[in-house]
Design a protein around this ligand. Structure first.
Ligand code: SF4
Length: 62
């Protein structure tokens, strides 16, 4: 699974970084994905991030 953050939507709340620090980081006050491929054991947490992002800026793809 891969994740992307839409920089035009992200409001920099850092929720995804707190929930999934091994996948998301902050850069210029916006979230960014720091891995190419999400490890299988982190996929469930990433789905939580995507569903809890207040502006639906996280896009997951298989
Ligand atoms: S949870 Fe959403 S809005 Fe908040 S930092 Fe992450 S991608 Fe941006």
């Amino acid at each position: 699974m891969n994740a992307k953050v839409d920089p035009t939507q992200c409001i920099g709340c850092e929720l995804c970084v707190q929930l999934c620090p091994d996948v998301f980081g902050m850069e210029d006050n916006l979230a960014t994905v720091i891995v190419d491929v999400i490890a299988p054991d982190l996929e469930a947490a990433c789905r939580d991030c995507a569903s809890q992002c207040p502006v639906s800026a996280i896009v997951l793809s298989e």
